[in-house]
Design a binder for this molecule. Structure first.
Ligand SMILES: Cc1cc2nc3c(=O)[nH]c(=O)nc-3n(C[C@H](O)[C@H](O)[C@H](O)COP(=O)(O)OP(=O)(O)OC[C@H]3O[C@@H](n4cnc5c(N)ncnc54)[C@H](O)[C@@H]3O)c2cc1C
Length: 315
């Protein structure tokens, strides 16, 4: 084990919008923060957001990658220290120490967790194997590839229904499959899809495998309407879009800070977790609104709360 750094006042894990805002404010408050990001670039979910921003003040019309680039430039201009490709594999919240890739230890006096969320996976055969070869996580990005071709969308929330409409508009032949007969999607999307003349909706239908040779060729489903025996169904499709929602990435601190039943970190209104000296911000805390604006505000608040706590410790 090596030591990666002189001790920082503030360690921040997660280089999405919340962690970036915390780092900027941490710097401004004189805490010499260090931001650690698992991926090769800063930005978090921004890096898979291909829609143009219309609701984040100051970023109108920009896609996620452009916003991420601006945020990174901002950190560089302010001289905020960050490391990418720095997956934190262990954390000791009480000691404010984290270990990157099982090798390098970083120690702080306060710790901010900005771990975000990741897309939920189904775990069926073919899902990983055909990623980028017919299995897609973004209709906004990939819709142009499926003009005149059959696609399957799996999910029952806003994301699935929005993607169904988007792919139909782009000229794909769309089937949406959902494991139950009720949908989480808002009526705004749901009614348009359920009454749509071209979109086929399969209920009580579970995707069980994605198959093909070099690329996706078909999807296998098990359809089990209530009171009926399950039947197998094979759909010839060129694309499978998995819109299954998100899940928090908090196993790292399980048993050290309080989490809710779904794994989101429990905090007070300033981001304080159940462990003194540890804050959490952004999507990992299940905000009422998962958004850039919320992540920026939460990150800034957590940094200020950490600053106040550190000042109090010095007294
Ligand atoms: C397709 C899409 C479109 C969106 N469109 C909009 C929009 O138009 N407007 C809007 O306001 N919001 C939008 N959002 C939501 C917005 O992007 C999120 O709310 C925001 O990114 C949350 O920021 P965050 O920092 O909390 O989490 P994330 O962006 O999820 O970032 C968390 C970061 O933590 C890192 N991390 C996790 N665990 C570790 C670890 N152990 N070690 C090191 N690093 C770790 C991850 O790699 C990730 O980079 C969109 C999201 C998506 C996916």
């Amino acid at each position: 084990m090596t030591s990666g750094d002189d001790q920082s006042d503030l360690l921040i894990v997660g280089g999405g919008p919340a962690g970036i805002a915390a780092a900027l404010w941490g710097k401004r408050l004189g805490l010499n923060p260090l931001l650690l990001e698992a991926g090769p670039q800063l930005g978090g979910q921004l890096l898979r957001s291909y829609n143009q921003s219309v609701d984040c003040p100051g970023f109108y019309g920009l896609v996620g990658a452009d916003i991420a680039e601006r945020l990174t430039t901002h950190l560089l201009r302010e001289g905020v220290r960050f490391q990418v490709n720095a997956l934190v594999t262990q954390a000791d919240c009480a000691a404010k120490t984290v270990i990157v890739r099982g090798e390098t230890a970083f120690c702080g006096r306060a710790l901010i967790l900005a771990l975000g969320v990741r897309k939920r996976r189904l775990g069926v055969p073919g899902e990983r194997e055909f990623a980028g070869r017919g299995v897609s996580s973004s209709a906004t990005r990939d819709k142009g590839k499926y003009v005149g071709r059959e696609v399957l969308i799996v999910g029952g929330g806003d994301g699935a229904f929005e993607e169904a409409l988007m792919l139909d508009e782009a000229g794909a032949r769309v089937t949406l499959a959902h494991r139950s007969g009720t949908f989480r999607a808002r009526p705004l999307y749901r009614d348009r899809v359920l009454t749509h003349p071209r979109i086929r909706v399969l209920t009580h239908a579970c995707l069980v495998a994605i198959e093909g040779k070099a690329v996706v060729e078909r999807a296998r489903l098990e359809v089990s309407p209530p009171g009926e025996s399950p039947r197998q169904m094979t759909l010839p499709v060129a694309g499978v879009f998995l819109a299954l929602g998100v899940t928090p990435d908090t196993a790292l601190v399980a048993g050290q800070v309080e989490r809710d039943a779904d794994g989101y970190l429990a905090t007070d209104r300033h981001g304080a977790t159940s462990c003194p000296g540890v804050w959490a911000c952004g999507d990992t805390t299940r905000p009422l609104l998962s958004s850039l604006s919320t992540a920026f505000g939460d990150g800034a608040t957590a940094a200020k709360a950490a600053f106040d706590w550190l000042a109090f410790q010095k007294r």
